[in-house]
Design a protein around this ligand. Structure first.
Ligand SMILES: O=c1ccn([C@H]2C[C@H](O)[C@@H](COP(=O)(O)O)O2)c(=O)[nH]1
Length: 162
């Protein structure tokens, strides 16, 4: 995955959104953290991984992938907000033994990163989020492709006064 390309696309989108809304000077860190936590919840809801009380099937794979890349947007955006994009790499690691446990690791990584914005805590967040993607069955290529497609949709939404 070409992470630097994704950071470049995210920077352009963020600048577009912030200009549209007159927020170039605003501190958007906390709002982006909350947006990410919400996206992770939406993703979990689509997978239904924790709904032990329900027999309904998870959403279509395409829907789950689209939710996943919404989270990628906010993670990249947070990295840019904290100027951490240059050192960012996705390192290999072992995922948790269940999707539910991996979701909880991601939530923890978000909170740790919010408390201490560093290269290391950002790395942990990126790593755990991409491990979650892999556990959900998405290849790096699929994620990149879906990210590019959603990035485009985000411009269209802004142009339509979303
Ligand atoms: O500064 C921002 C604000 C939003 N988004 C993107 C991320 C998600 O793909 C989408 C959020 O969409 P909704 O949750 O509103 O559907 O907007 C950004 O990339 N940067």
């Amino acid at each position: 995955m070409d992470l630097l390309k994704l950071f470049r696309m995210q920077r352009a989108l963020d600048e577009y959104i912030e200009t549209e809304h007159g927020l170039q000077e605003a501190d958007l860190f906390d709002k982006k953290v909350l947006a990410l936590l919400v996206e992770i919840g939406e993703l979990a809801n689509e997978t239904r991984c924790f709904k032990f009380w329900s027999l309904k099937q998870p959403s279509e794979r395409k829907v789950i992938l689209e939710e996943f890349v919404d989270g990628v947007h906010f993670i990249l955006s947070l990295g840019l907000t904290c100027s951490l994009e240059q050192e960012a790499v996705i390192t290999e690691a072992e995922a948790a033994s269940s999707v539910t446990e991996q979701f909880l690791r991601v939530y923890k990584a978000v909170h740790v990163f919010k408390q201490e914005k560093s290269t290391d805590t950002y790395q942990q967040l990126l790593q755990n989020y991409f491990l979650l993607g892999r556990l959900l069955g998405f290849s790096a290529e699929e994620v990149e492709e879906a990210y590019v497609a959603k990035n485009e949709v985000n411009y269209e939404r802004q142009q339509q006064g979303y």
